[in-house]
Design a protein around this ligand. Structure first.
Ligand code: NG1
Ligand code: ZN
Length: 576
């Protein structure tokens, strides 16, 4: 009775305006922030139910609209493993958000609880961790979420404060693994693993090969680098565009402790510096290929990175000339390529060591991309002999696929991705490192490679793509390889590409197959696409309905920009 009363109560406090519809898309519910409270409250109910169903394991709620404008907001739910909420709950999320009145909402919950076998009315508990970004509607929506959670008897909400999206995912995962899960634990893990990585790099080891280095030692080593070595100084300098969001704020908090890289944060989210995601951020830089607001000709030649508003996307760029604002872009595909190259190298050192000991570490390494990955990146990865597989767009698909490997690396071209390590593999890696460290081969290349891989696995967020941890891994690898931005950029040249959006009456009339690379309905459309594509060298083209906007997206690649543009345009005509 108490339970029913609470649900009816909360639903009447957050009525759904008539005609309003929400849909739990690729990234949860998203809309104008001021109109989101009913959906967010119901997401609170849903998250609490999810936790009850999973025997009280912690579930997460993030209140953010990522790279979208500051007036928007959104909500998404993280499962106990720190990943996205299981997809088979999405239809219920939709139904709940759209329940027209309190009675309908109560009936929906009762039915769902029955269908899903959720313990009800007994002594159950639930735990929900909440995080939000810096948007002005964040606190208001947090309150709506809290009321939703508290409408479930036995549910306990924990407000973790203003966070990056990946921090909250990390906390949920850590909490359920019984690891300390506060923000300072997150920072400690980043800082320590970054330091650990450096201590196993040739630069830090120097003639002291084999010595396990302390942080003080590394600091001293870095101070010994002659100041007049302009190249080295430049190599340490990194300017980060924080999109005026939460990522810049967090980076400011830890940058002093990141010895080995000198970070300058622009668009840091401080009062007066600019508007969230406006003319800045990873989405802006990747789409427009120009410098974000706040950069000047003085930054020419310096390595720069750009985060999105909730810091789960990362791209790098470089201003090549002072006369225009165009940038050389390193997108998610190239970040993935750097990670793949590095991991492959470490595995090779470990396994083809030809050294004193005969210890190996068999590993299945898998690369996961979507159809939006630049064809040149796929070719590059395949040329390295790597296994590359494709999934539909959306991190939930990529992440799941990556988990099928000992080490799975996934990225979307827009900069969202990470590296996931299988627990079993990590235990093997750990025991190998232990063995190697205790043997006479302590200083061996094999030992240091195993330790670098260990450090990378602790540095990179295992729950979800994380711009901060991704950035630190990039910095670590570039320094390990003594690579400039240019070296990285020149791994391969992107094929010219073009993306277009087409407005249609009903985008769901287009159905795709083969990881969205082919249209299955309407059946004539794929034939038309094939015919157009055949007219171009290195032509590749596909169309799919967006999962976050009311448009059909067209993507085309060809050997020149003019050809890519023209292929995209002619296919767009067939879609219209
Ligand atoms: P849709 O709108 O389904 O294409 C977009 C991005 C995805 C992903 C989601 C969620 C492209 C082409 N699509 O999805 O990669 O990031 O938003 O934010 O970039
Ligand atoms: Zn984001």
């Amino acid at each position: 009775q108490e339970q029913r009363r609470r649900l009816l109560d909360v639903a009447s406090r957050f009525p759904l305006p008539s005609g309003r519809r929400f849909s739990y898309g690729t990234a949860g519910f998203r809309a104008d922030g001021a109109t989101m409270a009913p959906a967010v409250c119901r997401a609170g109910i849903l998250a609490a139910l999810r936790s009850v169903k999973l025997a009280g394991a912690a579930v997460g709620i993030v209140i953010t609209a990522s790279h979208n404008p500051v007036g928007d907001n959104g909500v998404k739910i993280a499962d106990p493993d720190g990943g996205m909420m299981a997809q088979h709950w999405e239809p219920f999320a939709d139904a709940l958000a759209n329940a027209p009145d309190p009675d309908a909402l109560l009936q929906l919950v009762l039915q769902f609880v029955k269908d899903e076998g959720i313990p009800w009315g007994g002594q159950h508990t639930a735990q929900v961790l909440l995080g939000r970004d810096t948007r002005p509607t964040g606190e208001y929506l947090l309150n709506a979420a809290l009321q939703g959670i508290n409408a479930i008897v036995g549910a306990h909400a924990i407000d973790m404060g203003i966070l990056t999206t990946p921090q909250l995912h990390w906390m949920v995962r850590s909490k359920n693994k019984g690891i300390k899960a506060s923000e300072s634990d997150y920072f400690t893990q980043l800082i320590d693993s970054f330091r650990l990585f450096f201590s196993h790099c040739p630069a830090a080891l120097g003639s002291h090969d084999g010595e396990l280095l302390t942080s003080n030692f590394i600091r001293r080593m870095l101070e010994l680098v002659p100041k007049d070595k302009g190249g080295d100084e430049l190599a340490k300098k990194l300017i980060v565009d924080g999109a005026n969001g939460i990522g810049g704020v967090k980076l400011e908090q830890i940058k002093a402790e990141l010895s080995g890289v000198d970070i300058i944060v622009r668009n840091s989210g401080k009062e007066g510096e600019g508007i969230l995601n406006h003319m800045c951020g990873a989405d802006f830089v990747q789409k427009e290929r120009v410098t974000p607001h706040g950069f000047s000709p003085e930054d020419v030649g310096v390595r720069c990175a750009s985060l999105d508003g909730d810091a789960d996307r990362l791209v790098y760029f470089h201003m090549s000339s002072a006369s225009d604002n165009k940038v050389d872009l390193v997108d998610g595909d190239k970040i993935l390529s750097l990670f793949a190259l590095f991991i492959r190298e470490q595995l090779d050192i470990i396994n083809n060591n030809g050294s004193q000991v005969n210890k190996s570490l068999p590993a299945r390494l898998g690369i996961v991309q979507t159809a939006y990955a630049n064809g040149a990146s796929t070719q590059f990865l395949k040329n390295l002999g790597l296994e590359v597989v494709f999934t539909p767009t959306g991190v939930k698909y990529l992440h799941k696929k990556a988990l099928e490997y000992d080490i799975g690396i996934y990225f979307e071209a827009n900069g969202h991705g990470t590296v996931v390590f299988l627990e079993d593999f990590l235990s093997q890696l750990e025991s190998l490192s232990n063995e190697l460290s205790s043997e006479a081969v302590n200083g061996s290349a094999q030992y240091h490679a195993a330790m670098r891989l260990m450090a990378a696995s602790q540095l990179i967020n295992q729950a979800v793509g994380d711009a901060l941890s991704g950035l630190l891994l990039v910095e670590a690898i570039l320094q390990y390889k003594r690579w400039s931005f240019q070296n990285w950029c020149e791994l391969y040249s992107d094929l010219p590409s073009r993306q277009l959006k087409v407005k249609v009456i009903d985008r769901s009339s287009i159905v795709t197959t083969d990881a969205e690379t082919k249209v299955s309905q309407p059946s004539s459309l794929q034939e038309l696409i094939d015919k157009e594509t055949a007219n171009y060298t290195h032509g590749r083209c596909f169309v799919r309905p967006s999962g976050t906007e009311d448009v059909v997206r067209v993507y085309a690649e060809a050997s020149t920009q003019a050809e890519a543009d023209s292929l995209a345009r002619s296919v767009a005509h067939h879609v219209e």
